[in-house]
Ligand binder design. Structure first.
Ligand SMILES: *[C@@H]1O[C@H](CO)[C@@H](O)[C@H](O)[C@H]1NC(C)=O
Ligand SMILES: *[C@@H]1O[C@H](CO)[C@@H](O)[C@H](O)[C@H]1NC(C)=O
Ligand SMILES: CC(=O)N[C@H]1CO[C@H](CO)[C@@H](O)[C@@H]1O
Length: 610
C-alpha cells in the first residue's frame, strides 16, 4: 500500500518535472507558436568546415502522432539552422506539425535552389502524405501523392532527379506470397514487400515501378525463419527497402535493410544486375556492412561506381559491428569476380551504433556530412577523416531521419515579423522594445527600425542593429508607434520590409506604474528620436516642441493647406481661361479684313505667312 502510494507520488513528480522541462526548446516573441529545438554543438575545426546550413526534420515518433500527443506545438517538421545552431527557418507551422522526412536542398531542377521533403500523413488520415518540392520562397511547386494501391507515401526517400521531370520514392505494398521459396509450397502469407517507383513530376504518375515480390526470394531476408509465422499489421516486413538512386545509364541502386544487401536494378526490365552484400553477394569485398541506409551514387560510368552509404551495422534486434560508419566504396564490375573496395570510412565519433536511419552526404569541398539520426546526432569530417564538428539536439525526445548540409538562399514572400511594446513610468523614460525576425530569410545582415509620428506619416529611421540571431531585439527611446522594419542585405540593399504595426501598450498605464495622464503617453515624434541618437538635445527639444504645436494645429494646418490649394487651383484656372480668351480674341481679330488692317495685326499676319 505504502509502496503503491510512493510509486504514485513518484509518477506525479515525474509528470510535473516532464511538464516543466522545455529549456531544450527555443521561443520567440515574433513567432510565439514555434518551439524550435536547440542544438548542442562542438566545433573541432571551424575553418575547415564547409559553408552551408543544416537541414533537419525533428520528430518524436516515426508514425504519425495525434496532435494531442505532441509535446508542445511546432517543434516537429522541417527546420533550417546555421552552423552555430541559429534558427533560419521553422517549417513546422506550414506542415501543421506533421512528421517530415528527407528534408534537403536540391539544385538540379532549373538553376534555382529548391527544397524537397516528404510530409507524412496525419494520424487520422485526414491529410494524406506526399513528396513535396518547395521553391526558395517556401512555396510548393509540386505535391506528389502516394500511389493508388498503397496506403501512404513511404517516408524513406524522395529524390528528385536531374531536370526535375521525375522523382524516386520507396513503395511498400501488402501482398500475399507463396512460401515455396522457403520450402513451404502452397502456404500463402501476407508480406510487406518493398520496392520503388520513378514518378513523373509534378503529376506523380509512375514511369517505372519495381517490387521485391517480382524479383527477390523470400529466403534473402535475414529475418524470416521457416519456423516462424509471418506477421505484422500490413504483412511481414521482410526486406525493408530504405533508399533508391539512379545513374546516368538509367539503372537504379537500392538498399534493403533486412537483407543486408545493395541491389543494382536494370532500368530496362527491372532484373537484378548484381547484389552487393548479404547472402548472395556478387562481389569480392574487402569490407563488411549490414543494416545499411542511404545508398547513393557518388560517381557512376556504367562499369565503375563509387557509392556511399551508412553502415548501421545494427538494428532493433542484432548488432554486427561495434560502431556505425559512413562508407565510400568503389565497385568494379569489369573484373571477374567483380570487386568492391572500401575507399573511405568515417566512424561515428561517439563510438555508438545508429540502430535505425541515418545518411551520408559528400559535400562540394570534399568534406563528408553524416546524419546519425537518433537525437539529431550529426557530424562533419574532413576528407581525410578528421572530425570537424559534432552536434546533437539538446533534447533527447527527438530524432531526424536524415540530416543534410547545403548552401541555400531563402527568400520568403511573407514580410518580416515585428512586435513592438512600450514601457515606462513617465514621459522621460519611455522605451519601445522591438523584436524582429523573418522566418526563412537567409543573408539578412542588419535590421533598420522605423516609426511614424501618426498613422500614414512618413516612416523615420530610428535605429539599426546587426542581425545576430533568428530574432533580433532593438531598444528605442520614447514611445515609438506605427513601427516597421527593413531587412538589409550584406550589399546594403533592402531585402524586404515589414507591414506597419501598432506598438503594444499596457492595458492599464496607471497599473503599469505610469505617473502621467491616465490615458497614457502620446506617441513620440520619431524625428526627435533619430536626432536624439545623434545627441543634439537642443535641436531635439525644439523640434519636439514644434512637433507638439504642429500636432495640436494639425487639423487647422490641413484646412489651410486645402484652402490654399483650392485658391491656387482657382487662380490657375482663371489665368488659363483668361489667356485662352485673349488668344482666341487675337485669332479672331487676326482674320484679315481686307482694306483697313491695323498695324499690329498686319505684323501678325505677315508672321503667319512666313
Ligand atoms: C569508368 O571509370 C573507370 C575508372 O575511372 C575507367 O577505368 C573506365 O574506363 C571508365 N569507363 C567508361 C566507359 O568510361
Ligand atoms: C546604424 O547605427 C549606428 C549606431 O548603432 C549608427 O552609427 C549608424 O549611423 C546607423 N546607420 C544608419 C544608416 O542609420
Ligand atoms: C564485423 C561484423 O560483425 N560484420 C557483420 C556485418 O553484418 C553482416 C551481415 O549481417 C555480417 O555477415 C558481418 O559478420
Amino acid at each position: 500500500m505504502i509502496a503503491d502510494l510512493c510509486l504514485f507520488f513518484l509518477l506525479l513528480l515525474q509528470l510535473a518535472l516532464a511538464q516543466r522541462h522545455d529549456d531544450d526548446l527555443m521561443s520567440f516573441v515574433t513567432l510565439p507558436g514555434v518551439r524550435a529545438l536547440k542544438f548542442d554543438i562542438t566545433h573541432h575545426d571551424r575553418d575547415l568546415a564547409s559553408p552551408g546550413y543544416w537541414f533537419v526534420a525533428p520528430y518524436g515518433m516515426i508514425d504519425p502522432e495525434a496532435s494531442t500527443r505532441k509535446y508542445l506545438q511546432y517543434q516537429v517538421g522541417p527546420y533550417i539552422y546555421d552552423q552555430d545552431g541559429v534558427l533560419i527557418w521553422a517549417g513546422s507551422p506550414m506542415f501543421g506539425n506533421r512528421n517530415v522526412f528527407d528534408f534537403k536542398v536540391i539544385n538540379n531542377i532549373d538553376g534555382r535552389p529548391h527544397l524537397s521533403l516528404i510530409a507524412q500523413r496525419t494520424s487520422d488520415g485526414g491529410v494524406p502524405g506526399g513528396g513535396i518540392i518547395l521553391n526558395q520562397h517556401y512555396e510548393p511547386e509540386a505535391i506528389v501523392p502516394k500511389l493508388d494501391d498503397t496506403w501512404e507515401f513511404n517516408v524513406h526517400e524522395f529524390k528528385v532527379l536531374d531536370g526535375g521531370r521525375s522523382a524516386l520514392a520507396c513503395v511498400y505494398q501488402s501482398k500475399v506470397l507463396d512460401l515455396a521459396d522457403v520450402g513451404r509450397p502452397g502456404e500463402q502469407r501476407l508480406f510487406l514487400t518493398g520496392g520503388f517507383a520513378e514518378l513523373g513530376l509534378p503529376t506523380g504518375i509512375p514511369l517505372f515501378e519495381w517490387d521485391s515480390a517480382d524479383h527477390l526470394g523470400i529466403h534473402e531476408t535475414d529475418r524470416f525463419h521457416t519456423w516462424e509465422e509471418p506477421m505484422g499489421d500490413w504483412g511481414y516486413d521482410s526486406v525493408h527497402m530504405n533508399s533508391v538512386d539512379k545513374n546516368a545509364d538509367g539503372n537504379y541502386i537500392i538498399s534493403m535493410r533486412f537483407t543486408d544487401t545493395i541491389y543494382m536494378i536494370s532500368g530496362v526490365d527491372g532484373h537484378v544486375m548484381w547484389r552487393l552484400g548479404g547472402r548472395e553477394s556478387n562481389f569480392m569485398q574487402d569490407f563488411v556492412f549490414s543494416k545499411q541506409h542511404d545508398v547513393k551514387f557518388v560517381e557512376s560510368n556504367g562499369t565503375h561506381h563509387i557509392i556511399s552509404f551508412l553502415n548501421n551495422a545494427s538494428d532493433e534486434i542484432t548488432t554486427n559491428e561495434e560502431v556505425s560508419s559512413a562508407m565510400f566504396v568503389l565497385l568494379d564490375t569489369t573484373a571477374y569476380p567483380m570487386t568492391a573496395t572500401l575507399i573511405a570510412r568515417y566512424r561515428r565519433p561517439d563510438g555508438q551504433l545508429s540502430r535505425l536511419r541515418g545518411n551520408v552526404q559528400l559535400l562540394p569541398n570534399g568534406n563528408v556530412f553524416v546524419g546519425w539520426s537518433e537525437r539529431g546526432y550529426q557530424s562533419e569530417f574532413s576528407p581525410d577523416g578528421r572530425i570537424l564538428m559534432t552536434a546533437r539536439f539538446a533534447s533527447d525526445r527527438f530524432s531526424t531521419y536524415r540530416a543534410y548540409k547545403s548552401e541555400f538562399t531563402g527568400r520568403p514572400r511573407t514580410p518580416p515579423d515585428i512586435v513592438a511594446s512600450v514601457y515606462g513610468t513617465d514621459d522621460s523614460d519611455l522605451t519601445t522594445i522591438f523584436h524582429v525576425s523573418w522566418n526563412g530569410a537567409t543573408d539578412v545582415a542588419r535590421w533598420y527600425f522605423y516609426a511614424q509620428g501618426y498613422d500614414g506619416g512618413a516612416p523615420v529611421l530610428v535605429g539599426n542593429v546587426t542581425k545576430k540571431d533568428f530574432e533580433t531585439m532593438y531598444v528605442g527611446h520614447g514611445f515609438l508607434d506605427w513601427v516597421s522594419v527593413a531587412a538589409i542585405g550584406h550589399d546594403g540593399n533592402v531585402m524586404g520590409t515589414s507591414a506597419v504595426h501598432r506598438t503594444r501598450t499596457p492595458d492599464d498605464w496607471k497599473a503599469a506604474g505610469y505617473v502621467g495622464s491616465s490615458k497614457g503617453p502620446s506617441p513620440t515624434n520619431p524625428s526627435s528620436v533619430s536626432l536624439m541618437a545623434s545627441g543634439d538635445a537642443e535641436v531635439v527639444t525644439a523640434l519636439y516642441q514644434a512637433y507638439e504645436v504642429v500636432r495640436g494645429l494639425g487639423r487647422l494646418l490641413i484646412l489651410i493647406l486645402i484652402l490654399s490649394s483650392l485658391i491656387g487651383v482657382t487662380l490657375g484656372a482663371y489665368w488659363v481661361l483668361f489667356r485662352r480668351r485673349r488668344r482666341q480674341a487675337q485669332i479672331y481679330r487676326h482674320v484679315p479684313s481686307g482694306e483697313s488692317v491695323p498695324m499690329v495685326e498686319a505684323s501678325l499676319h505677315t508672321h503667319a505667312e512666313d
